[in-house]
Ligand binder design. Sequence first.
Ligand SMILES: [Zn+2]
Length: 305
Amino acid sequence: MSGNIDRRGFIRSLFGITGALPVAQQMAEAKGQTSFYWCNFKTGQVGFPTGLFVPEERPGSLMKLVAAAALIDEGLTHANETYECTGTYNVGKEAVHCQNAHGKIDIVQAIGRSCNIYFAQATKRLTTRAFLAKAAQLGLDKPCAGRHSGAFPVKPAESSSLHYVLGLAPDFKPNALQLMRLAALVAIAPGAKLPVLHSAENLDLLEQEKPMISPLSAESHRVLSAGMRLSATEGTARKLDVDDQLKIAAKTGTTPHGNKFQSYVIGYFPVDKPAHAFALYAPSGTSQDSAVPKAKEFLFSTTWP
Ligand SMILES: [Zn+2]
């Protein structure tokens, strides 16, 4: 296949978007469907191959990235500290589960394998306030590419940070573009600047949008990058790029939705010289069954510069 994702005509034809539908109709039709976004974080350009609708849902385990950054940068853990995952762990009256027992696990492994029990134990000392402060530094309370922030708790409903760490709190629903920007902020060097993200079609950015600076320390940047790389090579996103062609770093998130699931995968690539970030939201199915295979389709339907 020839072509370059930065050529708008190409991407439109590739994904079958004719541009003929009114925006409101496009958005109505996209609701309840898979949403995929990508950005080039040198130019700030954002692509909307599935349309302009932007979901705001609970982010699930994507928030382990925020928790890990807070844990490292607040000095509450270090990369060599391990916790034991036996598959079930009780926090007060609530039981936290992992599908398989992960055994003795450190923070990089816990990100890569998305270990709920590592994070339930490690974040006992992490306050909701400290978690949300890191989330704000990572842009989860700020507009992105002309879209207002999704719900961000001003007066958090829950005192324990656990449901925020696991991305299950009902008052914290960042939009999918903010989650894509989170991946971009992990990708760039600590202290580096990310340009204002914007769509090529639509330049009506919200006034308050400013370039963002990576808030990570050298160590939290190292831990989050390594965890996301492990996720894409051996962990929960390992089926995204089995031959490692794009050299992706990724994080998955699955949340219950009624008696079903909805899921996310976010990431960036190539790991050694990051240039693009992406986010895929699947309105039904777990990340393994739905978000990861769907993201794989989009990522491999074009050539990336
Ligand atoms: Zn576990």
